[in-house]
Design a protein around this ligand. Structure first.
Ligand code: KG4
Ligand code: ZN
Length: 362
């Protein structure tokens, strides 16, 4: 089975072609290279850099500008024609609506012209199922999903079956990295900048808060940490490179510790509810952070769980994960109508309670 995937929900225009590479007995030892036939990402960093963050209107226009060419390139890289694909998958949400519309319309047009089934994929499901594209991770597994727009702990029970254990009550982890970098004058995108600055620290700042640490409910919060960082930076002003590095390292340490505390607790809860839990999986852009990966690896080892972290380029937004999620759904007989309407908001667990700013169930 071969699926073309399209991603355009934020600031990466992406097109990819994946296959499940399923031959009767040997699919278990297939490597990534066997499954991803093409994987192209055109980042829009330079378009947004002058504004210090993603501008939705600029993003939508850039997707419109680049997507059709990128799809053509992906097909050439895969060495196949549209006639040879089994389905077309495009991110249907959640995300910046202008970009999602561009991707969905492109996907629908290709599907219509070439008479192929169309799948509108939940972007978060793309992140959630990446561990199966790369590692054939069996269900159920515990997923820490940490990206620019989301910070959640979920049990992935099956394709389309997600149970949210906790979520952020304010900022997402990646958003916190981005805001902290901006505050410290480290530039955009924040995560990699903070990580790089932190590696140069000599005396990481120690007295920043560890939000939600020890709390029984499995939610996250980062806005207080951001405020604490602002106060600390003001206290240490004027900032030079060395002080910036120490602040960045202190901030990264606080975020990682907070994520770890919540994840450890979630491992226990998930184990109790799912005795057959197979792995701890991390996904989303922040999963590219090396300090976080190391800590999560020991957390999984301590619990006797397998740890799965996709390679960095499959942690940040890409279309291979969208093609794969589409493939998994298609394999189960699912497909979407060409009437599908893009969804700016699309939770993975529709039954999870909505949280208000204080973490109270709304
Ligand atoms: O998944 P993603 O590419 O886009 C969303 O769906 O949000 O995640 C992007 C986020 C950004 O906030 C970025 O700062 C963060 O992931 N990020 C990192 C690192 N690389 C990217 N955060 C921490 N450390 C990194 N190395
Ligand atoms: Zn993402």
């Amino acid at each position: 089975m071969i699926v073309l995937g399209i991603e355009s929900s934020c600031d990466e225009t992406a097109a990819a072609v994946v296959t499940d590479g399923r031959t009767p007995d040997s699919h278990a030892d297939r490597r990534i290279g066997d499954r991803i036939l093409a994987d192209l990402v055109a980042a829009q960093l330079e378009d947004h850099r002058p504004y210090g963050g993603v501008v939705p209107e600029v993003a939508a226009r850039a997707h419109l500008d680049r997507l059709d060419r990128l799809v053509g390139q992906a097909m050439r890289q895969a060495g196949i024609g549209f006639g040879e694909i089994d389905a077309v998958a495009a991110t249907g949400g959640p995300g910046l609506i202008g970009g999602v519309i561009v991707g969905v319309m492109t996907g629908k047009a290709i599907a219509l012209v070439h008479n192929k089934p169309f799948l509108a994929v939940n972007h978060l499901e793309g992140h959630a199922l990446t561990a199966r594209l790369t590692d054939d991770c069996p269900f159920p597994y515990l997923l820490l999903l940490v990206s620019g727009g989301h910070c959640q702990l979920l049990v992935v029970e099956g394709v389309g079956r997600y149970r949210r254990l906790g979520s952020t009550i304010d900022d997402a982890a990646g958003e916190a990295f981005d805001k902290a970098a901006k505050l410290l004058g480290l530039g955009y995108p924040g995560g990699p900048m903070i990580e790089r600055a932190a590696s140069r620290a000599t005396k990481p700042v120690q007295d920043l808060p560890r939000p939600m640490k020890g709390r029984a409910e499995l939610n996250f919060s980062f806005s207080g940490l951001k405020t604490a960082l602002r106060h600390k930076a003001a206290e240490m002003a004027p900032l030079d490179d060395a002080k910036r590095a120490d602040l960045a390292a202190g901030f990264q340490l606080a975020v990682v510790e907070s994520l770890l505390d919540r994840t450890r607790r979630a491992v226990k809860a998930a184990r109790d509810a799912y005795p057959d839990l197979t792995a701890l999986v991390v996904a989303g852009g922040v999963a590219a952070n090396a300090a976080l990966r190391t800590e999560l690896e020991s957390c999984a080892a301590a619990a006797g769980l397998r740890f799965v972290a996709p390679p960095q380029r499959l942690c940040t937004d890409n279309a291979a994960m969208i093609a794969w999620a589409g493939l998994e759904r298609f394999r189960l007989g699912e497909r979407d109508s060409l009437d599908f309407a893009p969804r700016p908001r699309w939770p993975l667990d529709e039954n999870a309670p909505k949280l208000t700013g204080a973490g109270v169930k709304a």
